[in-house]
Design a protein around this ligand. Structure first.
Ligand SMILES: [Zn+2]
Length: 226
């Protein structure tokens, strides 16, 4: 099967905007906290989040022991590997801006798209803000690093490329294995994966609820700024 058809097949299994939107949320009130030194891996905040939370990455407090546990699982099997968290809570303003610019682009390409169909088309590239995981504080972007702190080759950087699909067979065998190692460590700690992005995992958001067949998500979107 050629690359384009294989990726189309993988895409057909991804969650749609409508699937996310159908999941109710009952926020459990778990507070946002910064990932502190109790997580012994690396933390490096995105430039775009600095105006909101500085150098710190915030997540719902329930994620802290899970991140510690994922790192422990990883280090038990691969002592030379470590985890680096590069994104947690994302202010909805950032998500809204990115979404709006993609929406404009897609609407220009196909002016017949309207309402939920338009949202669905944009959602394939950027999560619709009201269902997105990062603004809930329940989603994290994580990478593997070596003992010297260097990023390990995961096939792509954190960007919008189809080679970032976790199960892409069009990547190095070593890279494929590293993605599975990261995924297994995070899943063992209770996170849900995203098949379209090897770095994205979540707990308590709609994606997590869908993956683990929960009747509702635990975390609603928040507007938080230091
Ligand atoms: Zn993410």
């Amino acid at each position: 099967m050629d690359k384009e058809s294989y990726y189309a097949l993988l895409e057909s299994k991804f969650l749609t905007y409508r699937e996310y939107a159908s999941i109710p949320v009952r926020d459990n009130g778990d507070p946002l906290v910064s990932i502190g030194p109790e997580f012994e891996g690396k933390v490096a905040n995105y430039e775009s989040m600095r105006p909101y939370t500085g150098d710190s990455i915030y997540v719902r407090s329930q994620l802290i022991p899970m991140l510690i546990s994922a790192r422990k699982v990883l280090k038990t099997v691969f002592p030379d590997y470590d985890l680096k968290v590069v994104c947690g809570y994302r202010h909805p303003e950032i998500q809204e801006k990115t979404f709006a610019s993609h929406l404009e682009k897609i609407q220009a390409e196909d002016p017949s798209l309207k309402g939920d169909d338009l949202k669905e088309a944009v959602h394939r590239f950027v999560a619709v803000p009201e269902v997105a995981g990062h603004p809930t504080g329940g989603a994290v972007d994580v990478m593997l690093i070596d003992s010297a702190g260097n990023d390990l080759n995961m096939g792509t950087s954190i960007e919008d490329s189809k080679d970032s699909y976790v199960h892409s067979p069009f990547i190095d065998k070593d890279v494929w294995h590293r993605r599975q190692i990261l995924r297994t460590s995070m899943l063992q700690a209770g996170f849900a994966p995203t098949d379209s992005e090897w770095w994205h995992f979540s707990y308590g958001d709609r994606e997590w609820a869908k993956y683990y067949n929960q009747s509702a998500a635990l975390f609603e979107q928040l507007r938080f700024q230091l």
